[in-house]
Write a protein that binds this ligand. Structure first.
Ligand code: UDP
Length: 483
């Protein structure tokens, strides 16, 4: 194990304040601290309170990681004080939210100037381009951490380099990503790019610039999973790309799995795991769509009917923001009674990592957020894919077309916070039933997916173990900064 305690390596980690970004960077912070690096994890009070217990575990083990809580300027954009995470706001606030993040620069610089150990580098989320100036003012290296897959980062870069979106005016017009060995077809709405919507041009350009000028890139993936894309991305970027994942595998014990991302996960741990204990190995479908994507009542009911029609037991997670009085009534007075023999309905945050680690789980219906996918892959669970927005459509192609680890529900339309009166049904109940059968049935295709999933999970574990590809990359990453 590389021990740099005496050399006072001090890494500054700056995640985006969104669960899918905060969670893997918290894992990275704990992992780096265990490897001897002093880590300052920069966040805001509400986000810190969610992850404090898991970081506390590292602190109690005497690993040198500390929280830095900067006050989030919520009131400056007209939000109540305690709104500090993307999962708390609706889409009309998104642009202002990203603008407000820039106001963290001054207090951050102040903290870094005052710290008794000078910072060695910044590892900052790709959606935090405002950190360019911070690194420049301190004359330290800045590395970009990307939340999504390498395939996504690569496509995003190529599309930007060839200015593909400049020529696409209609959001539904199809284009193919150039210079790729496989044909990847998207439109402007579902194609790579977090910031493709009108009004986001400046933030998009800033993020591309932050990636272009970074000293290196850090990705939560592993060589055995995305080797061909990692090689090409590194060539394209002309800089080192460090793959350090799957970071979720850092959480080995049940307690860490229950706390990861939000201490509230531990409240449901016992009930969910007891329920899973009463089911056969690989028999349960886990249905959850990350921290942001929402469905309206119509689509929720359609999904519920689809799950009810399958012959598989399921755990279905609904977000608090989705549970309107109508949905609540439908669930408690009707649906939950009908499916009580085979379905567990969870309201709000669940300990996803603990659920996916349970031997009874045999399939995951996911929105294709990259963390969810990596967690599934690293735990050997094949997937039913239902992307909702941004990187999720690209991640789906990786899972289904490249890796053969999932069944697609076939939706190509972006849907992340549909209005209650939107009558569109993005996915029909019959398609859900068919997909579950295809993934969890006994046909050869399903068996083959299970074999591949088990094989990739083994490779994921090896990548993170002592001497594995990601383990070694972390060693070299630390060394490269300290040189
Ligand atoms: N997650 C969880 N419990 C929940 C919902 C989500 O633990 O009830 C975690 C999940 O394990 C993953 C993260 O939240 O680590 C979501 O990230 P992802 O990239 O999958 O999707 P996003 O939320 O960014 O859309």
């Amino acid at each position: 194990m590389t021990c740099l305690k005496d050399k006072k390596a001090h890494f500054i980690l700056i995640p985006l304040v969104a669960q899918g970004h905060l969670i893997p960077m918290t894992d990275l912070a704990r992992l780096l601290a265990e490897r001897g690096v002093h880590v300052s994890l920069i966040t805001t009070p509400v986000n810190a309170s969610r992850i404090r217990p898991i970081v506390q575990q590292s602190i109690e083990s005497n690993f040198p990681v500390q929280f830095v809580e900067l006050k989030f300027p919520s009131s400056e954009i007209g939000l109540p004080d305690e709104y500090e995470n993307v999962d708390q706001i609706d889409s009309s606030y998104f642009l202002a939210f990203f603008e407000a993040l820039k106001l963290l620069r001054e207090p951050l610089e102040q903290y870094l100037q005052d710290h008794h150990i000078p910072p060695s580098c910044i590892i900052s989320d790709g959606c935090n381009p405002w950190t360019i100036e911070v690194a420049r003012s301190l004359c330290i290296p800045r590395l970009v951490f990307h939340g999504p897959s390498c395939l996504y980062a690569l496509c995003n870069h190529i599309i930007s380099k060839h200015k593909i979106l400049h020529h696409v005016t209609d959001y539904s017009e199809e284009f193919v990503v150039p210079n790729m060995a496989l044909t990847l077809r998207f439109n402007k709405a579902n194609g790579p790019g977090f910031f493709n919507a009108p009004g986001w041009e400046k933030i998009r350009d800033d993020a591309i610039e932050a990636e272009r000028t970074a000293d290196a890139i850090v990705l939560n993936t592993f060589e055995e999973l995305e080797g061909q894309f990692i090689e090409l991305y590194e060539k394209e970027m002309e800089k080192k790309v460090w793959t350090v994942g799957p970071l979720n595998l850092y959480n080995k014990d049940e307690y860490s799995k229950s706390l990861r991302g939000n201490k509230r996960g531990s409240e449901k741990q016992e009930i969910v795991l007891n329920w899973l204990d009463s089911h056969k190995p690989k028999s349960v479908l886990y249905v959850s769509f990350g921290s942001i994507a929402r469905k309206n009542s119509l689509q929720l009911k359609e999904l519920g009917f689809g799950l009810e029609a399958t012959d598989k037991p399921f755990i279905w997670v609904l977000k608090e923001a989705e549970i309107t009085p109508e949905v609540d009534r439908w669930l408690s007075e009707d649906f939950e009674k009908r499916v009580q023999q085979k379905g567990l309905i969870c309201r709000g945050w669940v300990p996803q990592l603990a659920i996916l680690s349970h031997p009874s789980v045999g399939g995951f219906m996911t929105h294709c957020g990259w963390n969810s996918i990596l967690e599934s892959i690293s735990l050997g669970v094949p997937m039913i894919t239902w992307p909702h927005f941004t990187d999720q459509f690209t991640n789906e192609k990786l899972v289904v077309d490249v890796l053969g680890l999932g069944v697609s529900l076939g939706t190509e339309t972006v849907c992340w916070m549909p209005a209650e009166d939107d009558n569109t049904i993005w996915v029909h109940r019959d398609d859900i039933e068919k997909a579950v059968q295809k993934l969890m049935g006994e046909e050869e295709e399903a068996r083959e997916m299970r074999r591949k999933a088990a094989d990739m999970a083994e490779k994921a574990k090896m990548a993170m173990d002592n001497g594995g590809s990601s383990y070694n990359n972390i060693t070299r990453l630390i060394e490269s900064i300290m040189q």
